[in-house]
Design a binder for this molecule. Structure first.
Ligand code: FES
Ligand code: FES
Length: 151
């Protein structure tokens, strides 16, 4: 069964006809071709699929697309502006917070939501907010340092 929905994705209005059992992650990757939102666990445990929905960081793998008709979606592809990395992205690069990069889009989306809520988070705040974003490579210290440097 399919249903028509409208999403605003990275500022563009998109009219879609989606299967009712498909997640926002399915739609973002498979219908819209935005492959920066990663599929890790597909069960809400790794944070690789984190996007912002109406300004809130959420795991796209857990959200049925049909429930988000009319929503404003931000994915990693919408973060850099006019070819310039966002300061969080730049800090992750400069401080060594990226190795394989698989977790990075989800980390960035969650970090941006944190900084929107609190422009001056403590290290504990950053660690708490990013606790649902798993990284197999970095050991987290450089990611936390990078996010903390953007204040
Ligand atoms: S793919 Fe969504 S939380 Fe892991
Ligand atoms: S940089 Fe490889 S999983 Fe985080």
């Amino acid at each position: 069964m399919k249903k028509a929905i409208t999403l605003t994705v990275n500022g563009d209005r998109r009219e879609l006809y989606v299967a009712t059992h498909h997640s926002l992650l399915d739609v973002i990757r498979n219908e819209l071709g935005l492959m920066g939102t990663h599929r890790g666990c597909d069960t809400g445990n790794c944070g690789a699929c984190t996007i912002q929905v109406d300004g809130l960081a959420m795991n796209a793998c857990l959200l049925l697309a049909v429930d988000y008709d009319g929503s404003d979606i931000l994915t990693i592809e919408g973060v850099a502006q006019e070819g310039a990395l966002h300061p969080v992205q730049r800090a992750l690069v400069e401080k060594g917070g990226i190795q394989c990069g698989f977790c990075t889009p989800g980390m960035v989306m969650n970090a941006l939501a944190l900084l929107a809520d609190d422009p001056h988070p403590t290290e504990a705040d950053i660690r708490a907010r990013l606790s649902g974003n798993l990284c197999r490579c970095t050991g987290y210290a450089k990611i936390v340092e990078a996010v903390g440097s953007v204040q």
